[in-house]
Design a protein around this ligand. Structure first.
Ligand code: GDP
Length: 473
């Protein structure tokens, strides 16, 4: 039996348009909560049975009829009636499928609001589904991720999460932690008798196994993040190398201001593009040089931060300049400093350098990196560069059937915290510290894992999660 965590006022009837705004063949308006059957009864007539009663509807049913406001007929509709608990929110729900013109839809919504519904907040239907125990927090978040997925693999990961694969893994982990914690707390209850319900060596072994499982999940985040958000790609290089021009070319639109005055890309911008099923999240950075102005300095600081977080760095240089080899030292430094990232050296402005072929060969040797030669202004060499980008990250964005992936920063951070608490617990055991302290760390670890699936409910976390949903979801 699932207990509802909803406060009574949260059961009030809500309504929202669930389909995108604009002209379409059909649109859906959802309602949920106490009293939606009465509200629907006042505005709907079933064609084949004018004395049809929503209150007598069982399970879930579909009916065809017409809706009215106080002045008369509005539209022909299909209503889907879901009797609690057989609905998405587990409350009584009525969904109206009407014609998709914006005026019709808004009018029907207004009638529902006039009849007693309140306009739903973003994610409120899913929030209620979670609070009523229909799905856990991970599954609720997966719905949002599925809707916003931009690649097939991101979509598949979200579907796996929605089915509860990660939830099961975390529940098992939590169960084991809970057992160890319970034994320690029992010892505390019998503290005067100085008993040990579990030997400390055994406990340490168990915690070690749990730690390994946690670490495997934590490590999966890099892969999971790439699947969901795309390969974090940074275009770096000196001012005027052509970074903005290349960014626009890759994105196919005018996104950042291109200028011949060095230092005009003061901040960074981020956009995505998909090449052969791989999504790249591109960041254009401020030119890497000592900033002469305060604001430029800040841009450069942020650029370095972005570079340090990148999966792929496109290091762009102007091959037409006589000092083109000056960048080799920086590239070498990048290779050392950002060893987690893959680096592609891109020699730009080949159109201005008749001797670019020899220069590229020289760069190849000097950097030990296969250099891509392009003319961003003319769009030459772009396909080869994209191919090279895809091959550099091959495998990073592929979903491995059997693996459970962590794709959300929230989950990743909670897992890191849980793992840190376990580390603390192990250190305390090793230094023969009091049972109370060890139990405290285990309890913290347990709470962090619980926060992920929503076993431990935190209002602030719920607000952040559901605010990101659209209205009607
Ligand atoms: P950023 O400072 O690295 O972002 O460089 P921009 O993209 O603003 O480019 C600086 C200047 O170089 C602009 O005037 C561009 O039009 C020009 N430019 C960029 N790529 C090429 C290229 O391949 N060939 C030529 N001839 N000019 C280019």
């Amino acid at each position: 039996m699932t207990t509802s965590l909803l406060q009574p006022e949260q059961c009030e009837p809500i309504a929202a348009i669930a389909t995108p705004v604009g002209v379409g063949a059909l649109a859906v308006i959802r309602t949920s909560g106490q009293g939606v059957f009465e509200i629907a009864q006042r505005i709907f007539r079933k064609k084949s049975n004018p004395s049809f009663q929503f209150a007598q509807s069982k399970g879930y049913r579909v009916h065809y009829g017409t809706v009215y406001d106080r002045d008369g007929l509005i539209d022909e509709v299909i209503v889907m009636v879901f009797r609690s608990p057989n609905s998405f929110t587990m409350e009584d729900m009525v969904e109206f499928t009407c014609h998709g013109g914006p005026v019709v839809v808004k009018h029907l919504l207004k009638v529902l609001l006039d009849e007693g519904c309140r306009l739903a907040e973003p994610g409120e239907f899913t929030r209620r589904a979670f609070l009523n125990g229909r799905l856990d927090l991970l599954q609720a978040e997966a719905i949002g991720e599925m809707i916003h997925a931009r690649t097939e693999s991101a979509f598949r990961t979200a579907v796996t999460q929605m089915q509860g694969t990660l939830s099961l893994r975390l529940d098992a982990l939590r169960e084991q932690l809970l057992r160890s914690c319970a034994l320690l707390e029992l010892e505390l209850d019998f503290s005067e008798e100085d008993v040990e319900f579990q030997s400390r060596t055994e406990l340490q072994q168990q915690l070690g196994t749990l730690q390994e499982k946690l670490r495997r999940l934590i490590d999966s985040y890099r892969h999971g993040r790439i699947l969901k958000e795309g390969v974090a790609t940074v275009i770096a290089g000196k001012p005027n190398a052509g970074k903005s021009t290349l960014l626009n070319l890759l994105l196919g639109e005018e996104r950042s201001i291109v200028s011949h005055i060095p230092g005009t890309t003061r901040d960074y911008i981020e956009e995505c593009f998909i090449h052969e099923k791989t999504m790249f999240r591109l960041t254009d950075t401020a030119g890497l040089r000592e900033g002469s102005e305060e604001i430029e300095h800040e841009g450069i600081r942020r650029s370095y931060k972005k570079i340090s977080e990148a999966d792929l760095i496109l290091y762009l240089l102007d091959i037409s300049l006589d000092d083109y080899l000056d960048d080799v030292a920086v590239i070498r430094e990048f290779q050392e400093r950002y060893s987690n990232a893959r680096i592609i050296v891109v020699a730009n402005k080949t159109d201005l350098a008749p001797e670019s072929a020899e220069r590229v060969t020289q760069l190849n040797e000097a950097t030990g990196n296969q250099v891509c030669a392009i003319s961003a202004a003319k769009g030459e060499g772009l396909e080869v560069l994209k191919q090279h980008m895809s091959s550099m990250v091959e495998g990073l964005d592929k979903l491995h059937e059997a693996s459970v992936l962590v794709t959300s920063l929230r989950h990743y951070e909670a897992l890191r915290n849980a793992s840190d608490s376990l580390d603390n617990a192990c250190e305390l055991i090793a230094s023969d510290s009091g049972t109370e302290l060890v139990a405290f760390e285990l309890r913290s670890s347990l709470d962090y894992v619980g926060e992920i699936t929503g076993k431990v409910v935190n209002e602030e976390i719920l607000n952040v999660i559901f605010e990101q949903f659209c209205i009607g979801k």
